[in-house]
Design a binder for this molecule. Structure first.
Ligand code: AMP
Ligand code: MG
Length: 317
């Protein structure tokens, strides 16, 4: 029954309880989940994804107060962030409890936690009764999946069950912020589904993470979220001139460009809708006849920051 897709939450829970890995829907992207406290199961996630062990996982919980099952303490502001944005696409990096296996956190003394909003996965988390460690359900470095079929296309033979919760409502990964004990403030590790502006409106200005202080956290890897085809980001008209004669797929807010394929992320120039469509469009163009992908730079505000961040990493080689 390899790669079976279905909506049987109890079956998924039984598999997880017996140490298996299951693909799960969340509002951000599909995840590849295992019992956080079962090291053998967590190791399987890394094997299936071919993910390097220096890349820590996010722990998913059913209720706000389950945070203390994996975190040692809540720094100032954490409760406000949880109250405002959970369940939802915000991940908090907190001091970790020793019970959390090093494999989950790549040996860091912090743990990344979030409470997902997807109703099916919320039900699954309650049914399993343990926090689930899960990265995105794609081969390491490739575009994250936003439908069950995306997962099946790439990992279908490697996971026993894919829980199908429909297309992801947010479509880009969670925003990650962490408490920096030295600076005594919150820093941004990755822009994502919750706009940084909303976080700053609640807890004040958020610092930028210093990549040299972490070991690689791939939200921070330069090349990530990448299709196989080359991606170029910038002034679309100028890039189309530079690559004249090549078969090009364009990703933008407009259909005015002369290209083999023009993918408009949102008719209304709505950044949330654009984020929701981004990864599916990247996958489509990657599978198309186009030789390369050209994308515009989106407004650097709200979800536009996450879109630009993913496109920039998709273009890095
Ligand atoms: P993914 O679920 O594939 O988007 O990957 C989870 C991401 O969360 C990692 O790639 C890191 O960027 C980030 N992350 C997880 N744990 C930590 C941590 N303890 N400190 C900083 N970043 C983390
Ligand atoms: Mg990922």
């Amino acid at each position: 029954m390899n790669g079976r897709i279905g909506s049987d939450v109890e079956h998924a829970a039984a598999l997880l309880r017996s140490g298996e890995v299951v693909a799960i829907p969340t509002e951000t992207v599909y995840g590849l989940a295992a019992n956080t406290f079962d090291e053998g199961a967590v190791l399987n996630i890394f094997t299936i994804k071919e993910r390097p062990s220096f890349d820590p996982l996010i722990v998913h919980i059913a209720e706000r107060d389950h945070v203390m099952r994996v975190a040692k303490e809540l720094p100032q502001g954490a409760q406000e962030l949880m109250d405002a944005f959970w369940p939802g696409p915000l991940t908090l990096v907190l001091p970790k409890r020793p019970e959390v296996p090093d494999l989950v956190t790549s040996g860091l003394d912090s743990v990344a936690v979030r409470m997902p909003a997807h109703p099916m996965t919320a039900a699954l988390l309650r049914e399993v009764g343990v926090p689930l460690a899960a990265p995105s359900a794609n081969p390491f470095g490739y575009i994250s999946p936003t439908t069950a079929q995306h997962v099946a296309d790439q990992l279908g033979t490697k996971v026993p069950y894919i829980l199908d919760g429909g297309p992801c409502a947010v479509g880009v990964e969670s925003t990650i912020v962490g408490w920096d004990p030295q600076q005594r403030r919150w820093v941004l590790y990755r822009p994502g589904g919750i706009p940084v502006e909303r976080i700053e409106a609640l807890i004040g200005s958020v610092g930028m993470s210093d990549p040299s202080k972490l070991h690689m956290a791939p939200g921070m890897l330069e090349s990530h979220y990448a299709p196989h085809k080359p991606v170029h980001v910038g002034d679309v008209s100028a890039l189309l001139k530079r690559y004249a004669g090549r078969s090009v797929g364009v990703i933008s807010f407009s259909t005015e460009y002369e290209a083999d394929r023009c993918e408009m992320l949102s008719v209304d120039r709505d950044l949330a809708e654009a984020a929701r469509n981004l990864f599916a469009v990247l996958r489509e163009l990657d599978a198309s006849d186009c030789a390369l992908i050209i994308a515009e730079q989106f407004p650097e505000e709200g979800l536009g920051r996450a879109i630009n961040d993913r496109l920039r990493r998709a273009s890095a080689r």
